[in-house]
Ligand binder design. Sequence first.
Ligand code: NDP
Length: 527
Amino acid sequence: MVSVTRSQTGKTPKKPAHPGFVETPPVRISRRSKSVARTPSPEASVKIEPTEEKMVESGLKERKPAATNGNTKVTNGKPKNTDHRVDNSGEFEFGGSLGTGFVMVFFPILMWYLWVGQVYYDAQLPLPKTGQPISEFLESLYSMARESAMPTLKTWTIYWGFLAYQSVLYITLPGVWTKGNPIAHRNNLRLDYYCNAVWSFYTTLATMAILHVTGIFPITTLIDEFGSLMSVGIFSGIGVSFIAYFSAIARGAQHKLTGSFVYDFFMGAELHPRIFGIMDLKMFFEVRLPWFILFLTTSAAAVKQYETYGYLTPQLAFFVLAHWLYANACCKGEELIVTTFDMSHEKWGYMLIFWNMAGVPMTYCHGVIYLSRQAPEVYQWSLGANIFVFTLLLTAYYIFDTCNSQKNRFRQMEKGTLIARKSFPQLPWQTLKNPTYIKCKNGGTLLTSGWYGLARKVHYTADFCQMSSWGLICGFNSPIPWFLPCFFITMILHRAWRDTERCAKKYGEDWEEYKRQVPYLFIPYVF
Ligand code: NDP
């Protein structure tokens, strides 16, 4: 790896040789403490080394990218399709147009339904009264949703003001650079990614604290106006999905479209959408929006409870810790997300956009909404029960964090792009020393030590345990906080199956060998 940094030379380091790209001159953007060369175009592949963070020598040899190329598929022995913009494999995920169409209509309705349950049905699921005609029941649900979740100018301004502020933070605050996976249909180009979510997160929290203390914007507004903000999130998610889809088509930036509008709209048209040169929209939407909004909503509920009762219940304190851990984890490991499946292969469509703008921030918080709307005496558990749930959360978080970190750092090490960061908390066993791995015939590798050597998807189990602790802390009086664990297990099982299929195809018999060496899927030595 190139290890000369701007701070060492005072000049923009030389670009490493990559075949097949045209250099775009870097733009200098000055900051208070330092200036950084920015890539004005995603096509630009100028190597920019971090100035304050040291590149780590991996000890693993840099290998060439796998020779797989999505452009040429072989189906039934016949080569097909050399245009990356078209997907004529005939393969559809999520039940094709029918399944994806259903999800797109059903999910927003489910969000309003759960909210109405929280507000009007004392956190129970709304059901028709005995003998009530279904049409009358639906009409009453509709009018309750209208009454409690109507978007207002104020909530549109809050939501989009927040997005605008996050964009400003993205392009102005200090951060580190890293590189994405090679993009086969762009001559194995590796895009530069700018990662400053840690700075953005803590700057956002400081800004929020100032706005609250000065009375300019009390944070409790986020919980008081949750219904309206949720509807803004839903409509914004749908609207941005349309803009993303049609703008990609208009610019000819589409990738692997099947020709089925509903399905393509759900999966997305563009693979690497970018604006302002450095702003990668998938990273921006996945790392910041959902988790920042979730943590702010939880903080709002905590402040409100403190203002109302003069104390914070252990249950709400639990959520502050849990949501901080998750949001902070996404920020502190942001540069590791760059090479994941979502960033490399998932397109920017309704699935990612809606999910990040509304789905995650406005459904993952139902436990918090429940606690904030109920009197504390409704949910008081024994000290032992509270300790158990806190321990479950922290243990699950440890496995989730270190497992993701081990694999993602292994991937970065083999590319020679691992950055040593001090972002808090750095946990023991986050980085594997001298890991064992299978050297695959397609040029790739499969890790066989650390957590990935104990079970192939143990981080999914850990993540599920975290989500279950978010339900457990609310007890069993209401089913609504349990929506998330139920949804999550369905989603993660499907994701495990989907990823296993993908890996089986990608690694062939080496995947079989991996399964032989690591026979457990979710729980080491059990399953
Ligand atoms: P993984 O991090 O497991 O990524 C899967 C990819 O990792 C595979 O496609 C393969 O990609 C690579 N891989 C698999 N096995 C190995 C191995 N043995 N050695 C090296 N690489 C391997 O899963 P996800 O990206 O789905 O999830 C990451 C985290 O995000 C998880 O903890 C998950 O729970 C969480 N998550 C949370 C969600 C939420 O809503 N809260 C939603 C989705 C995920 P390749 O070979 O191409 O590198």
